[in-house]
Design a protein around this ligand. Structure first.
Ligand code: ASP
Ligand code: MG
Length: 410
């Protein structure tokens, strides 16, 4: 039995018509392939946001257990409706909640990880020619508590199911037709990629390209499950996310990402003695805040400046912590710059190709864009630039690395 796992996101299921359309898509794929189908769904449209809103209207106390209980209902509506739409087309189908599908998760409300999936029951239904419709985004703990997997978590349910069922490919149907070389709203010449590696996708996902849930990509990479990101509105091949060794071409740069969700915090004239950076970043980490880019620059003989970026949502809290630490260690002061953004290039083929960073910096320089901070990993180079110039930065970098190599993308 060849098993296929498909996932349909909220927009693809946003109305009764769309649900019926998805049912027809599944019917067509089933007739074409004769495979056994497991379909994972998200909540309809903006249901999850609406449920969060409802909760706010009845209470200001946020109880994470009850939030998960509430949010899990969104996907339960979708599984039942999609199953009914399949019945309408004369197909055998059955809906299962996360609990019924035995999606076992850790006991952490609102961002649980899937631990394992017992697939016997699903396989039994498949053997009896049922299409199995599973609620995404939810799992069940050892103590039969309902937990959710974090916003966008249905992708992870789908990939975890595909991996557990040994399906070679997991189709993620969404409202975009694939993964692009850049955000088309910023770079009109952005192109859809034919394929991209797990690591590149993870970098792009964490850089704000909200196509796939990062944990879904991690899971796919671990089990070597290929993800096919495609549109439920167009009958076209999308982008395949797969292992780097299976890529046809390893691009030096596959994509350019722009992240405007950054704020720069700088501690001025920090005493140049051991332990200062440790103290600062431990105080921030202990409160649960993640720091992104960090630079330290020499400032005279006895002091350094330390600058770093954090997400816009966290900066006010982190600013308080930084001010407290500055006082304790005798730094001169703290300055905040909200007028920044991060532009990054990502490419599996960067490894062993010197000059990629130099080209990026030259391109920015020629466009009159000042680089405030730089960070690199094996497959990524990021620069912090002025917020106002960040879209221009994205375009000139895209032009230099991607538009000149038209063979690399489709
Ligand atoms: N319905 C959930 C959300 O909106 C899960 C998902 O869409 O994947 O975050
Ligand atoms: Mg979603």
């Amino acid at each position: 039995m060849n098993i296929r796992v498909q996932k349909f996101g909220g927009t693809s299921l946003g109305s009764p018509e769309r649900i019926r359309h998805v049912a027809r898509l599944i019917k067509n794929s089933k007739e074409e392939t004769k495979d056994a189908f497991v379909v994972v769904v998200s909540a309809m449209g903006h249901t999850t946001d609406e449920l969060i809103n409802l909760a706010k209207q009845v209470s200001s106390v946020r109880n994470s257990r009850e939030m998960d209980m509430l949010l899990a209902t969104g996907e339960q509506v979708s599984i039942a409706l999609l199953t009914m739409a399949l019945h309408e087309l004369g197909l055998k189908a059955i809906s299962l909640t996360g609990f019924q599908a035995k999606i076992k998760a850790e006991q952490v409300y609102s961002k649980a990880r899937i631990l394992e999936i017992e697939t016997e029951k699903i396989k039994d239904y498949l053997k009896n020619d049922y299409i199995v419709i599973v609620a995404g985004f939810q799992g069940i703990t050892e103590n039969t508590e309902i937990v959710t997997l974090g916003r966008g978590g249905s992708d992870t349910t789908a990939v975890a199911l595909a991996s557990a069922l040994n399906a070679k490919v997991c189709d993620i149907y969404t409202d975009v037709d694939g993964v692009y070389t850049a955000d088309p709203r910023v770079v009109p010449n952005a192109r859809k990629l034919k394929e991209i590696s797990y690591d590149e996708m993870l970098e792009l996902a964490s850089l704000g390209a909200q196509v796939l849930h990062p944990r879904a990509v991690e899971c796919a990479s671990y089990y070597d499950t290929i993800i096919h990101v495609r549109s439920s509105f167009k009958n076209e091949i999308g982008t395949f996310v797969k292992g780097v060794n299976e890529l046809e071409v390893k691009n030096s740069v596959s994509g350019v990402a722009l992240d405007k969700n950054q704020v720069k915090i700088a501690l001025l004239e920090v005493p140049d003695i051991p332990g200062m950076a440790g103290k600062l970043f431990t105080s921030i980490a202990d409160k649960g805040y993640a720091v992104d880019m960090i630079i330290q620059s020499v400032h005279g003989k006895e002091t350094n400046d330390i600058a770093f970026t954090v997400s816009r949502d966290d900066f006010e809290e982190v600013e308080k912590i930084a001010k407290q630490v500055a006082l304790e260690i005798g730094a001169k002061g703290v300055i905040i710059d909200e007028n920044v953004a991060k532009v990054s290039i990502v490419g599996a083929g960067m490894v062993g190709r010197p000059g990629v960073a130099a080209t990026m910096f030259n391109v920015l320089g020629e466009a009159g864009i000042n680089i405030q901070m730089i960070s690199t990993s094996e497959i990524k180079i990021s620069c912090i630039v002025d917020l106002e110039k960040s879209e221009l930065a994205t375009r000139v970098i895209h032009e230099a690395f991607i538009e000149e190599k038209s063979l690399q993308a489709v």
